[in-house]
Structures are given as C-alpha cells and as structure tokens.
Design a protein around this ligand. Structure first.
Ligand code: ZN
Length: 66
C-alpha cells in the first residue's frame, strides 16, 4: 500500500496500485479542485485527452517513485 499526496495540494490518498490510488484521489479532486476540472471543460476533447494522459504519466512516475 502506498500513500501519495495529491499533485495540487498536501492531501493524501492510498492505493496498492496506481489505478487504486487514482480512484481514491478522485473524490478529493472533484471536491477540492473542481475549478481545475471546470477549467478543462473549455478545451477540445483532443486537448482534454492529451492533458489527461500527461497527468497520468506524471503521477504514475510519482507513484512508482514513492
Ligand atoms: Zn488536492
């Protein structure tokens, strides 16, 4: 089980795998960083997908290093 902070604040989430960690972090993200999610609504689907992939790569690297 790994504990990793949110990429935007000091809140933490736990998970055995990166997918579990992401799932555990999601409710916090929706609540605490709703403005960030909302900001992405203006992007095209391609841009949203690209940003999502970038987020996954960056945070997977953080998770693996934890
Ligand atoms: Zn956060």
């Amino acid at each position: 089980m790994k504990t990793l902070t949110c990429d935007l604040c000091e809140a933490t989430a736990q998970g055995e795998t990166f997918e579990e960690w992401m799932k555990a972090l999601m409710p916090h993200y929706m609540q605490a960083h709703a403005d960030v999610m909302k900001g992405k609504a203006d992007l095209t689907p391609e841009e949203q997908k690209a940003q999502q992939q970038k987020w996954m790569i960056e945070n997977k690297a953080r998770f693996d290093a934890a």
